[in-house]
Design a protein around this ligand. Structure first.
Ligand code: SF4
Ligand code: SF4
Length: 444
C-alpha cells in the first residue's frame, strides 16, 4: 500500500493543500465524516532542500512514503526558483506548492479507482504555425476541414484535466502563441492546481508577449532548436530568423523570471559528431535553465522512418551527457528522453501519467503516438482516459518508448497506410498487426 491508508478507507480520504507562506505548504488529510488523519507541512530547508513534518493519527503509516519522496527529491539538482520555490526541471510545479503535492492525491485516487490517473496534459491548442518544419510531429494531425477548439471548449478540457488530477498543463501547437486567447487560457488556470508551460518555436516572443505570459502566470517555456548552426535550424524550420528569435528569448524570459529551456532531439549523427553537446553548451551559456533532448522518434512526417531510431550506443551516450551536466553545480539541467523514458527513469509516460490532445480534440497516449481513444467533442475526458488505461496494451506501464519498440510498432503503427489521416481510432486497431476499414460515413 503506497499511501499507508487501509483499502476500505481510500474512497473517503480527502487531501487539501494550501500555501500558508511563500515557501511553506500545508496539506490536510481527512477521512470518513471529516476525521482528521494527518497534517503535513512542507517547506524549503537550508541548502535548497525540502523538509516535511507530519502530525496526526496517520503519521506512522504515511511517514515511510514521505521519507521515500524526500530521499528522491533532495538528490535532484535545483535549476531555478519561482518565488523562492524550487524548480528541478521545467515540467513539474515549483516545490513546495499545492500543485507540487497533488501527486499524493493522484496516487491515492488511482488506488481507490483501480487504475492510474494522469499528471500531465499536453494540449495542442491550434494548427496554426509560422514554421513548416520538415520533421513536424503534429502536421499529420492537421486537416483542412478540422476546426480548432473554441475558447469555451478548450477551457472545458483544461477544467476536466484538472479534475482528473493533472498538475502540469502543457500548451503546444502548431504554435500556441498563434492562438489569440492563449494568455486568457493560461490566466484562468488555478496555479494551486497546476503548473503551466508552453512549447514554442519562439517566433512571437518579444518583450511585450513575454511580459503578458508572465502576467498570465506561465511557469515555464520550451523553445525548439534543432541545430547548433543557425542556417541549418532555419532551413529545417523553413523560416529565416527563427534561430535568432529562439535564442534571443532566453534573456527576455530570464528578465521576466520565467523558466526557459531548449527542446531539441538527438540523432545518430549529432551525438556522434558532438554537435548535440555543442548545442547543449550554447544553451547553458546563453542563460537557458534546461535542455530537453528527445530521441529521434519515428513519428509525424517521419512516421515510417524507423531507420532514424537511435542505436543502443547513441542512447547510452545521451544518458552519459545528461548525467555529466546534471552532476555539476551550474543552475542548468538536462532532461533526456534516453534516461527519463527508460527503465532507469520513469518508463513510457504515455497512457501512464500523461495524455495528448490534437488541435481538433482527439486524445492520444502521447504527442508522438498517432492513435486516438476518442474526441473531447464526443465524450468526457475521464471516460476517454479510462478507455486508454484499461486497454490491454496501454494498461501496462512499459519501461521504454512504445514508438521506438519494434513489437509495438508491428502491432499498432506498421498497419497504418502512409496516406492515412491521423490519428487513427484505436477501435480500428485490434492489436494483432491489422487494421479494420473505416466505418462508412453515416447517410441521412
Ligand atoms: S514549429 Fe512545431 S508545429 Fe510548427 S511546423 Fe515546426 S514542428 Fe510543426
Ligand atoms: S511512446 Fe512513451 S516514451 Fe515514446 S514518445 Fe510517447 S510517451 Fe514518450
Amino acid at each position: 500500500m503506497i499511501s499507508g491508508f487501509p483499502e476500505a478507507m481510500l474512497k473517503h480520504v480527502k487531501i487539501v493543500s494550501t500555501q500558508v507562506a511563500p515557501t511553506v505548504t500545508e496539506t490536510k488529510v481527512t477521512g470518513p465524516m471529516g476525521l482528521k488523519l494527518l497534517r503535513m507541512t512542507t517547506s524549503v530547508a537550508p541548502g535548497q532542500k525540502i523538509a516535511c513534518t507530519l502530525e496526526g493519527m496517520a503519521k506512522t503509516q504515511v511517514q515511510p512514503m514521505v521519507d521515500r519522496f524526500l530521499a528522491v527529491i533532495n538528490k535532484l539538482k535545483v535549476i531555478g526558483t519561482i518565488d523562492g520555490k524550487l524548480m528541478y526541471n521545467l515540467y513539474n510545479p515549483p516545490t513546495p506548492s499545492p500543485a507540487a503535492l497533488r501527486p499524493f492525491e493522484r496516487k491515492l485516487r488511482s488506488q481507490a479507482l483501480g487504475y492510474v490517473l494522469p499528471a500531465t496534459a499536453t494540449l495542442s491548442v491550434t494548427p496554426q504555425c509560422p514554421c513548416k518544419c520538415i520533421h513536424c510531429s503534429a502536421d499529420r494531425f492537421i486537416t483542412k476541414e478540422g476546426k480548432q477548439l473554441s475558447t469555451e471548449e478548450l477551457a472545458d478540457v483544461v477544467d476536466q484535466s484538472l479534475d482528473l488530477g493533472v498538475c502540469t498543463l502543457i500548451f503546444t501547437g502548431g504554435e500556441p502563441m498563434a492562438r489569440k486567447d492563449l494568455y486568457d487560457q493560461i490566466a484562468r488556470v488555478d496555479k494551486n492546481l497546476a503548473h503551466v508551460m508552453i512549447f514554442t518555436c519562439g517566433a512571437f516572443l518579444n518583450d511585450e508577449t513575454i511580459r503578458k505570459l508572465k502576467d498570465a502566470g506561465l511557469g515555464s517555456m520550451n523553445v525548439s532548436i534543432d541545430s547548433d548552426i543557425e542556417s541549418e535550424h532555419d532551413e529545417f524550420r523553413r523560416r529565416p530568423g527563427t534561430f535568432a528569435q529562439a535564442f534571443g528569448a532566453a534573456k527576455l524570459a530570464r528578465q521576466a523570471e520565467i523558466m526557459i529551456g531548449v527542446s531539441t532531439y538527438a540523432t545518430h549523427d549529432n551525438v556522434a559528431n558532438g554537435r548535440l553537446e555543442h548545442l547543449l553548451q550554447m544553451a547553458r551559456d546563453e542563460g537557458f535553465h534546461e535542455i530537453t533532448i528527445f530521441d529521434c522518434v519515428p513519428t509525424g512526417k517521419f512516421l515510417n522512418r524507423t531507420d532514424l531510431r537511435l542505436g543502443r550506443k547513441d542512447i547510452e551516450q545521451v544518458r552519459l551527457l545528461a548525467e555529466k551536466y546534471n552532476a555539476d553545480n551550474q543552475a542548468f539541467g538536462v532532461t533526456a528522453q534516453a534516461f527519463a523514458n527508460s527503465p532507469h527513469g520513469g518508463g513510457c509516460f504515455g497512457a501512464f501519467s500523461q495524455f495528448y490532445m490534437t488541435c481538433f480534440g482527439d486524445i492520444n497516449p502521447c504527442d508522438f503516438n498517432p492513435i486516438s481513444f476518442g474526441n473531447v467533442r464526443d465524450a468526457r475526458l475521464g471516460d476517454i482516459w479510462k478507455k486508454i488505461v484499461t486497454h490491454p496494451e496501454f494498461s501496462k506501464h512499459r519501461l521504454s518508448c512504445r514508438m521506438q519498440s519494434t513489437r509495438y510498432r508491428s502491432l499498432f503503427i506498421d498497419p497504418l497506410d502512409l496516406d492515412e489521416t491521423l490519428p487513427v481510432s484505436i477501435d480500428r486497431l485490434p492489436g494483432d498487426g491489422t487494421i479494420l476499414p473505416k466505418e462508412p460515413a453515416a447517410t441521412k
